[in-house]
Ligand binder design. Structure first.
Ligand code: S6P
Ligand code: ZN
Length: 194
């Protein structure tokens, strides 16, 4: 075996269900509840009320068994449940890869978007089944459910990219994304959470 391989992972086939967000074989499954998104929504009172009112699940991330290790390409399916906090759409925490490396997302079900921010410029990619969103190195990224049903996407990323959540807490994502007229989201400039 060449030295760049990471035992004990062998070639494998992974099946997934784009309608349920499950993978088989399955690795870790992460659940993010409203209380895990402290400091991210603009309306702190509305966020606190949602936490007090059952602390609902906002999203889940189901990973394959491929490890987050140098040289590997882990995959995960994120399911963001529909909803808002005072009109601001349910979203992932968002992160930077401290080891700047690219990533691809593939829309599986529902509708959403990919908000990217390089510290100066916010960018938005509409996501739906069959759309590949490309995240270049150096761009923080957050996913948003802009629809009324679960939004799911597959992510494939370098195993040594890492996840820096503090960067987004400190710098924001350039925009906030709210329910707008009809199916079109409304974007507002980022304001720090009070
Ligand atoms: C990993 C990739 C996704 C996210 C997932 C949850 O690089 O971008 O699997 O981890 O969508 O988002 P977050 O911001 O809570 O990690
Ligand atoms: Zn990422």
């Amino acid at each position: 075996m060449p030295p760049f391989a990471t035992p004990p992972i062998s070639p494998l086939s992974i099946t997934f269900d784009g309608q349920t967000g499950t993978m088989s074989p399955e690795g870790p499954v992460l659940t993010r509840r409203m209380s895990d998104l402290a400091g991210l929504f603009a309306d702190t009172a509305a966020w606190e009320a949602a936490v007090a009112d059952g602390d609902p699940v906002v999203y889940q991330v189901a990973s394959s068994p491929v490890p987050e290790a140098e040289g590997e390409l882990p995959q995960s399916i994120t399911t963001i449940l529909p909803g808002t906090v005072a009109g601001e759409f349910h979203m992932t925490k968002g992160h930077q890869h401290p080891n700047p490396q690219g990533e691809i997302y593939l829309g599986l079900s529902g509708t959403g978007g990919l908000l990217l921010f390089d510290g100066e410029r916010p960018q938005w990619i509409d996501m739906a089944p069959g759309v590949i969103g490309y995240i270049p190195p150096g761009w923080a990224h957050r996913s948003v459910n802009t629809g009324d049903e679960p939004y799911r996407f597959l992510a494939v990323y370098p195993g040594n990219a890492g996840h820096d959540y503090g960067w987004v807490l400190a710098n924001g994502m350039g925009h906030r994304v709210y329910r707008g007229e009809g199916a079109t989201p409304r974007f507002e400039p980022f304001t720090a959470t009070p």
